[in-house]
Design a protein around this ligand. Structure first.
Ligand SMILES: [Zn+2]
Ligand SMILES: [Zn+2]
Length: 407
């Protein structure tokens, strides 16, 4: 049980400062500065006296065994942090701090002796005080849920540092040409360092949807890097003619407020007809998770070539519309994916003959369906396949016509 007199005696005996004394009693008093509470407790033998005492000036001490004098350092820490925050665009921040492990141990021991019922932990009090001083110094607000910046105050070294949280940008893209990967693809020989194989670019392909979209946004935000999160991806040799959602994560941005309409124009004009974006707007980490978990049906256009003359296209349409197929991980991606068999639904197929051995198929299929393999059969790894029905055939051109994300 918490006993005022013995708690007070213990704290005075160990030479604690008023702030650290006040922290152990703060639940007994109506809201006020912990230092003011401590000053009242110091001069009052009983709780009744303390509750009605006039507050004296709190005494802070460099050699307080419970805070190592850190409350005297909060002002300096706030100035250092405010300096770091200059030149960074942000509206809200959160404060975190680090103190000596020894202090946390002592706090724990103290609570074992006097009880922690009315107490506030050292770090919580330090962080609140620092937050208040920073709010005053910067005119910006503390946010616990979505801070733009986290300020880290390391009281063991006296140093402040910043973690600037990413800006997330939602948009939708089209890829109008073949031969561009969705994301940056580091050279498989040098892993990005640059070698003769990749012509010292460090990349397998000169550009990507990611790089085209990110470049103007990196410049505008002053971000140091980015990450591209697509709602699925198309093959390098496939076009993406419907709008595919993505979220671009801009890391360590200096500016968070971007002009969406002009960014969109900028990207589209720099993309030179390869890629198009629309619908740029602010996004969040939560939306990235949603995008990654989403299972969108897709509609494809496939140009198919057969070894022999095509017969029975209407039978093919009938057999595959609403069919369930078993797909073992395609041979072409086995080097980076686990070898599993998955069941996928083909919603609909409609086909149109283009020549004796050539036809066009519009295929709507469940998320994750490998269309090239649905057509070729992948040496028996996808069953059934168009090849099962028509004899050997393969997809020579693939376009994604639509991502069905608007249900
Ligand atoms: Zn103290
Ligand atoms: Zn290389």
């Amino acid at each position: 049980m918490f006993d005022y007199a013995s708690a007070r005696e213990r704290l005075l005996g160990m030479g604690a400062c008023d702030r650290c004394i006040g922290r152990q009693f703060f639940r007994l008093f109506s809201p006020m500065d912990r230092g003011a509470i401590g000053a009242k407790v110091r001069q009052s033998k009983t709780l009744e006296e303390a509750l009605s005492a006039k507050p004296g000036k709190p005494v802070l001490k460099q050699d307080c065994p419970l805070c190592n004098g850190h409350f005297l350092e909060v002002g300096g820490m706030a100035r250092k942090a405010a300096q770091l925050l200059q030149g960074i665009g942000y509206d809200s921040f959160l404060v975190g701090c680090r103190v000596e492990g020894q202090l946390l141990g002592r706090e724990e021991e103290l609570w074992n002796e006097i009880g922690a019922d009315n107490s506030e932990p050292l770090k919580k009090d330090l962080v609140r005080q620092l937050g208040m001083e920073l709010e005053a110094a910067t005119g910006k607000q503390v946010s616990f849920s979505h801070p733009d910046v986290t300020v880290l105050a390391d009281f063991t070294t006296g140093k402040a540092s910043l973690e600037v949280h990413p800006v997330f940008v939602y948009g939708e893209y089209k890829k109008l040409v073949r031969g561009i990967p969705q994301t940056k693809w580091p050279c498989r020989h040098c892993h990005g360092r640059g070698c003769s194989y990749c012509n010292f670019t460090g990349k397998m392909y000169p550009t990507s949807v990611e790089e085209i979209i990110a470049k103007p946004l990196l410049v505008a935000s002053g971000a140091s890097g980015e990450k591209f999160h697509g709602a699925g991806r198309e093959d390098i040799d496939a076009t993406m003619l419907g709008w595919r959602p993505f979220v671009l994560e801009l890391q360590h941005p200096l500016r968070r407020t971007l002009k969406w309409a002009s960014m969109e124009k900028e990207i589209n004009s720099q993309a030179g007809g390869k890629v198009k974006v629309h619908g740029l707007r602010p996004s969040s980490k939560a939306e990235v998770r949603m995008l990654k978990a989403a299972k969108y049906d897709k509609t494809y256009e496939a140009i198919v070539e057969c070894d022999s003359d095509v017969k029975g296209l209407s039978r093919l349409e009938e057999a595959f519309s609403g069919a369930e197929i078993a797909q073992q991980t395609p041979a072409r991606v086995l080097h980076r994916r686990a070898d599993l068999t998955r069941s996928r639904k083909v919603r609909s197929v409609s086909a149109e003959l283009l020549g004796p051995r050539r036809f066009k198929a519009i295929i709507k299929a469940e998320s994750g369906t490998y269309i090239k393999e649905l057509i070729s059969g992948d040496g028996g790894r996808t069953k059934p396949s168009f090849s099962d029905m028509l004899g050997p055939c393969k997809c020579v051109e693939l376009s994604v016509l639509e991502v069905h994300n608007h249900v």
